[in-house]
Design a protein around this ligand. Structure first.
Ligand code: FAD
Length: 401
């Protein structure tokens, strides 16, 4: 038996396995995952819940069985032989493949300060469980890293009444992915909720119950969590001699430097039409790349072209961002009853949109904005900022034009 093998049973790997069946592929599919659980979604791990860690399965064992997908949990692929089209598992098992998908995701970046081993990671269900179990007997938590994951965790832990401190090397939190305007609003909300911020400063040492900062300040912390970003999991591909950069390099069809091997999700750096490769770390990106890769493994030739999109939930606030807002874009703000939308224009063309509101309230407008971006329109900024102008009407007239 060779067939298709998928390494990594996260969002991308699992979605690819089911898409293969949906496209009519009837050969063998083996889905290999180093984690021991059924495939599960990561976003709920850091979202407000009833106080416990939420395990949201992507699919049931029965669904895998019914789709004829052989799932091998707790199995790590340790070696890839590109010329021989085979893989070795940690238990020594050898598997052949006709096509291979690398959906190995990403792993947490490690701190390099003294006492770094005291910090907990936050990537998997087991990590989340360890954090919450440890925290139940603690009073104060220091989160190193004020990015999306660190700030979501801060909101979650304030909800549990802990003393929460966020330590961030940059002068402001959420600076990487979130447009400045909304990053500032979310920062303010965290301050109102009582989160302590230590900004523009590094960590020199993690001690038993304090974190010592490079400016000499001491942050009380019974528990320390490192949330300083992730690195694409490329070690298998690198050892096998595949082309790598900031991820496993693929062409627009998600095919790596070996024509039998594809990559999707957090581990994949995909060739862009404007030049270079781009890698995204978001749930929808993992799903949509997986779907494209699966169709292409089954014989199609679809270029991956989805508009980047992500969301984050902190307290009762929901933020969604479609496209890639940049500092040089013209931004146009539209007030909403419980929030705000911002549109980003590049030389008059709509290229991105972001919205912040209560709960899921901006979802519909961001969906319409995505359609407007896809339509490549150059709207009148006055119409974008006017809340009485329905985005649906703008879309209709763009399509008619
Ligand atoms: P992963 O989910 O990392 O899956 C890869 C799998 O491959 C892992 O299970 C790993 O164990 C396995 N693997 C790796 N190497 C091997 C090997 N050699 N052999 C076998 N198995 C292997 N995105 C959003 O858009 N919005 C959010 O609100 C959001 N919240 C998040 C909250 C948290 C706490 C985290 C951690 C992520 C969040 N994300 C969010 C990001 C999103 O979850 C990821 O982008 C997505 O899960 C990536 O999916 P993936 O399948 O590419 O990688």
């Amino acid at each position: 038996m060779s067939g298709i093998v998928i390494v990594g049973a996260g969002e991308a790997g699992t979605r690819a396995a089911f898409t293969l069946r949906e496209t009519g592929y009837d050969g063998a599919i083996r889905l290999i995952g180093a984690e021991t659980h059924l495939p599960y979604e990561r976003p709920p791990l850091s979202k407000p819940s009833n106080g416990d860690v939420t395990m949201k399965a992507i699919c049931s064992g029965e669904a895998l069985l019914n789709a004829g997908i052989t799932y091998l949990p707790g199995a790590e692929v340790t070696q890839l032989d590109v010329a021989g089209q085979s893989l070795t598992l940690s238990d020594g098992q050898l598997l052949g493949y006709s096509k291979l998908l690398l959906a190995t995701g990403a792993r947490p970046r490690k701190l390099s300060c003294l006492g770094a081993a005291r910090a907990l990671d936050f990537r998997t269900y087991d990590d989340a469980k360890t954090i919450l179990d440890t925290i139940n007997a603690s009073r104060s938590v220091a989160i190193i890293g004020g990015g999306l994951i660190g700030m979501e965790l801060a909101a979650m832990l304030r909800g549990k009444g802990l003393v929460v401190s966020v330590i961030e090397a940059a002068p402001k939190p959420l600076g990487r992915a979130v447009p400045l305007r909304f990053a500032a609003k979310m920062h303010t909300r965290h301050i109102e909720e009582g989160v302590n911020f230590y900004l523009g400063v590094g960590v020199s040492e993690i001690l038993g119950d304090i974190v010592l900062l490079t400016n000499g300040a001491e942050v009380p912390a019974d528990v320390v969590v490192a949330a300083i970003g992730v690195q694409p999991e490329i070690s298998l591909a690198e050892k096998a001699g595949l082309a790598i950069g900031n991820g496993i390099l693929t062409n627009p069809f998600l095919q790596t430097s070996d024509r039998h091997i594809f990559a999707a999700g957090d581990c994949a750096a995909v060739e862009q039409y404007g030049g270079g490769h781009a890698r995204f770390e978001s749930w929808r990106n993992a799903r949509s790349q997986a779907e494209t890769a699966a169709r292409n493994m089954a014989g199609a030739s679809d270029a991956f072209s989805a508009i980047p999109w992500f969301w984050t939930d902190q307290y009762d606030l929901g933020l969604q961002v479609a496209g890639l807002p940049q500092a040089h874009h013209q931004s146009v703000v539209r007030a909403l009853p419980t929030g705000e939308l911002a549109f980003y224009l590049d030389e008059g063309t709509l290229v991105a949109a972001a919205g912040l509101g209560i709960g899921n309230s901006v979802a519909k407008d961001i969906k319409l904005s995505e359609m407007l971006i896809a339509a490549g329109i150059s709207p009148d900024p006055a119409a974008l900022s006017d809340p009485t102008v329905n985005l649906k009407i703008l879309l209709k007239s763009a399509r008619a034009a």
